[in-house]
Write a protein that binds this ligand. Structure first.
Ligand SMILES: C[S@@+](CC[C@H](N)C(=O)[O-])C[C@H]1O[C@@H](n2cnc3c(N)ncnc32)[C@H](O)[C@@H]1O
Length: 283
């Protein structure tokens, strides 16, 4: 597989081992699920003891979820999904990584939390789930794994019932374009820019010895996200850019509060994350 810089596209030949970007990313995530189960960042013991992984602004901006159906796209090991379940939502988590879904199911069973976890790609979600939801939730490192934000927005539109809401709490695409360790641009801040990486380790532990290290991520500038949602028939109600992020993405970041990272106040501040709420009109 190779990257054609002129056409800005990935070209690959599927041989015996599927080396499409989706499959290489899946292998990366399959290996990380087990690593995350014992990592300090995901901190399963405190989650089991009742910690919520949701941030205060998410609860405030999405509002009451009790008795609503909530689909979490790209749910990973299910901690955010189960945090919504603890607040009374009827939750479904969906992810394409078998070990992640297996772990999510195991944690739900251990904690006796109501939740359904489905193994599928985002692309397959409307067909596999075959129903609509009051809320679609996603974020914190989800969109960058999908090559087409237009397709993602269409899928969200299909999965929401009329009157339903999308809530997205995502890392800022500026930081996806700043692909290296230092906060400087490494690829174009432009729709479809591809960030390739082959570094061993993980965002929970950079020194870890890992086998599957090739990843492909895509930059989706905020304008692309909002336009794709508009074209999918959704109404964007709120978009907030935040000068904080939720892991130490760049070495220069300092901890502002547990799990929240910012640049020091004597440095220029840039948005590091954003949240967006949109709704599907009733007709
Ligand atoms: C960073 S995690 C999601 C964020 C979540 N808040 C977390 O950290 O627990 C990204 C997830 O996207 C999933 N993923 C990547 N590409 C996908 C696709 N095409 N369809 C479904 N899931 C995908 C990965 O398996 C991974 O679990």
């Amino acid at each position: 597989m190779w990257y054609n810089a002129t056409s800005r596209s990935l070209i690959w030949d599927a041989g015996l081992v599927d080396d499409s970007p989706e499959e290489m990313n899946r292998r990366w995530w399959d290996e990380r699920a087990g690593i995350h189960a014992t990592s300090a960042l995901y901190d399963l013991p405190s989650f089991r003891a009742g910690r919520s992984t949701l941030l205060p602004f998410e609860l405030e901006e999405l509002g009451e979820v009790a008795d609503l159906t909530l689909l979490h796209l790209q749910c990973h090991i299910g901690l955010d999904t189960l945090s919504w379940s603890r607040l009374g939502a009827a939750v479904t988590g969906l992810d394409f990584s078998p070990p992640a879904i297996a772990l999510a199911r195991q944690v739900a069973a251990e904690l006796d939390l109501e939740a359904e976890f489905v193994l599928a790609t985002v692309e397959e979600a409307p067909h596999v789930l075959g129903r609509q939801f009051d809320i679609v939730y996603s974020g914190r490192g989800a969109l960058c794994w999908l090559p087409s934000v237009q397709r993602w927005a269409e899928v969200v539109g299909q999965l929401l019932r009329p009157g339903g809401r999308l809530y997205l709490a995502e890392f800022h695409p500026l930081t996806d374009a700043m692909a290296g360790d230092e906060p400087r641009f490494e690829v174009d801040y432009r729709e479809g820019s591809v960030v390739t990486d082959s570094s061993p380790g993980d965002y929970t532990d950079r020194d870890l010895e890992t086998v599957n290290n090739d990843t492909f991520e895509w930059v989706h500038p905020l304008g692309s996200v909002v336009t794709a949602l508009f074209q999918a028939g959704l109404v964007v109600e709120q978009l907030v850019e935040r000068e904080e992020t939720y892991f130490q993405r760049f070495p220069g970041l300092v901890a502002a509060s547990p799990g929240v990272w910012q640049f020091p106040s004597d440095r220029p501040q840039i948005p590091l994350s954003y949240s967006l709420r949109a709704s599907k009109p009733t007709r």
